[in-house]
Ligand binder design. Structure first.
Ligand code: SF4
Length: 441
C-alpha cells in the first residue's frame, strides 16, 4: 500500500501518454520489494516521499524544494545541484535530494555493462531515479544525500573512468548529434570535435569562472538533430560550400514516381500523399527559389543556396551534400530568462574542421569570445544578452571576422547619415566651408 495518498498525481496517469508518475510508482515498488537485495544508502522509501511532496506541491500550488545550499565534490565547482525539501518531518526520505550530472559520451553511445554499473551505483547510493538525458545532454541522477556525493564521485571516477558534467556558471557538458558515426549527411565528425573540446576545456567545465552558464552544441548537418541553433550559446552546424551533387537519373525516377524512389525516403509510409510533384514539393519549397527543372534536368544555382537541406531530405537518393565541408558558427541562443528566448545568430559562415591542428580555427573563435564575455559580461548575463547590449559589431571586432550582409539583423529605419569630421574628405561640404571662409565675414 502506498505511503501517501496521491489523487492529483494519479490523474496525470489517465492521459494517452506514458506518465512519469507511473514510472515513479514502479520505482517505489521496486525499492519496497528490493528483490535484488541492494543495501540502500538513502531511505528505501525515498521515491514514496518524492511522490508525497510532489502531491503536496500540486495541492498548495507552489514548490516545496528550497534553493539548496552549495553542495559539490572536492576540487569541482559544478556537477552537483543541491536540493532540500522544506517539509523534512513529513517527507524524511527526500530531506536532501541532490541531483548529480554525469557527462554523457559523445553521440550517447553506451555499452550495456556501463549502464548496469552506473545504475548499480545509483540504486545503492541514490534514489534509483534517472533522467536519460537532461536538457543539457548529461545523464541526470536524481536524488541523493550529502554524505553520498563524494562516495558516488569516487566510484564514478575510479571504477568507471567517468566524469561529472557541468552546472553553475561554467561550460556545460558539450552535446552533439550522432554525426558521421551513423549519418550520411554529416559534414564533419561532430563526435570527434565534441570529445576534443570537452577534454580541452576541462578547467572551464569544472571550475566556474564565467559570468553565467555557457553551452556548446554540435549538429553535423543543417538538419540540426540536437537543435543547437536554439539551445546553445555557441552552435556548430555542419555545412558545405561547393555544389550539391545531383544524380539526374535518380531525379527522374522520383519524378516518374518509381516505387523504389519514395519521396522523403518513405518517411510517411501508411498515408497516401498522392503522386510526387517536384515543382510543388521541392522547387516551390526551396526558401531561396534557386532551383529549376527543365528538359528532365534539375539545376541548382548554388551561389544562392542556403544549404537548408530541404531538397536533399526530399530526394535523398538523387541529391547529396557537397564535398568541400566544414561548419558554421552561430552565437547567442538562450532560453527566456531575461529579454525572452533568442535563436543563435550566424557569426562565421564557414570554418574548416581540422583535427590535425587541434581545430585551431574553432578554438580561436571560442577563446576570443570568452575573453570578451568574461571582461564585459555582467553577473548572470548570457552571451546573447551581451551581444544585444553591446552590439553584434563588437562581436565581429573581438573575433576579427569581417562583416557581411547576413550579419545585419535590421536594415536602417531612418534616412539620416552622420559623418565624423575626418570622414569628410571633400565634395560640397568642403566647398561650403571654403566659401564661408572667403566670402562671409
Ligand atoms: Fe534550396 Fe535548401 Fe536545396 Fe539549397 S538546400 S537548393 S536552399 S532547398
Amino acid at each position: 500500500m502506498a505511503k501517501h495518498e496521491t489523487p492529483l498525481l494519479d490523474q496525470l496517469e489517465s492521459g494517452p501518454w506514458p506518465s512519469f508518475v507511473s514510472d515513479m510508482k514502479q520505482q517505489a515498488e521496486v525499492r519496497a520489494k528490493n528483490e535484488a537485495g541492494v543495501e540502500f544508502q538513502i531511505p528505501q522509501d525515498a521515491v514514496e516521499d518524492l511522490l508525497g511532496v510532489l502531491e503536496l506541491s500540486f495541492k498548495h500550488g507552489r514548490t516545496h524544494w528550497k534553493h539548496g545550499g552549495i553542495v559539490g565534490v572536492f576540487g569541482y565547482g559544478g556537477g552537483v545541484i543541491g536540493r532540500y525539501c522544506d517539509q523534512p518531518q513529513s517527507f524524511p526520505g527526500v530531506a536532501h535530494f541532490h541531483t548529480m550530472r554525469v557527462a554523457q559520451p559523445c553521440g550517447k553511445y553506451y555499452k550495456t555493462d556501463y549502464l548496469r554499473a552506473l545504475t548499480k551505483i545509483w540504486d545503492m547510493r541514490g534514489s534509483g531515479i534517472t533522467n536519460m538525458h537532461g536538457a543539457t545532454g548529461d545523464i541526470i541522477l536524481l536524488g541523493t544525500t550529502t554524505p553520498q556525493i563524494e562516495e558516488i564521485f569516487y566510484e564514478l571516477t575510479h571504477n568507471m573512468n567517468q566524469d561529472l558534467g557541468g552546472s553553475g556558471s561554467n561550460l556545460r557538458t558539450p552535446a552533439d548529434c550522432l554525426g558521421s558515426s551513423r549519418c550520411e549527411y554529416a559534414c564533419y565528425d561532430s563526435n570527434a570535435l565534441c570529445h576534443f573540446l570537452t577534454n580541452n576545456y576541462q578547467d572551464e567545465l569544472h571550475r566556474p569562472a564565467f559570468p553565467y552558464k555557457f553551452k556548446f552544441k554540435f549538429d553535423a548537418c543543417p538538419n540540426g538533430c540536437v537543435a543547437s541553433i536554439a539551445r546553445s550559446d555557441m552552435s556548430f552546424i555542419g555545412t558545405w560550400r561547393d555544389a550539391i551533387k545531383i544524380d539526374q537519373d535518380a531525379v527522374n525516377k522520383y519524378v516518374a514516381n518509381d516505387s523504389a524512389y519514395p519521396a522523403n525516403a518513405g518517411a510517411h509510409k501508411g498515408k497516401d500523399w498522392g503522386p510526387f510533384d517536384i515543382e510543388k514539393e521541392v522547387l516551390g519549397l526551396c526558401p531561396t527559389k534557386c532551383m529549376k527543372f527543365e528538359n528532365k534536368t534539375l539545376k541548382i544555382d548554388n551561389s544562392n543556396c542556403t544549404r537548408c537541406m530541404h531538397c536533399i531530405n526530399t530526394m535523398p537518393r538523387a541529391l547529396r551534400i557537397g564535398d568541400d565541408r566544414g561548419l558554421s558558427v552561430l552565437v547567442g541562443a538562450k532560453a527566456p530568462i531575461v529579454d525572452g528566448a533568442q535563436m543563435g545568430s550566424l557569426l562565421a559562415p564557414f570554418v574548416e574542421v581540422n583535427p590535425d591542428n587541434d581545430y585551431e580555427a574553432i578554438t580561436s573563435i571560442i577563446e576570443n569570445i570568452w575573453d570578451w564575455w568574461m571582461e564585459e559580461g555582467k553577473n548572470r548575463e548570457r552571451l546573447g544578452e551581451l551581444i544585444m547590449r553591446q552590439g553584434f559589431q563588437k562581436m565581429l571586432e573581438v573575433t576579427g571576422i569581417d562583416p557581411q550582409p547576413q550579419h545585419v539583423a535590421y536594415p536602417r529605419t531612418n534616412p539620416y547619415i552622420f559623418w565624423k569630421e575626418d570622414e569628410v574628405t571633400g565634395g560640397w561640404e568642403r566647398d561650403v566651408v571654403e566659401y564661408r571662409k572667403h566670402h562671409l565675414r
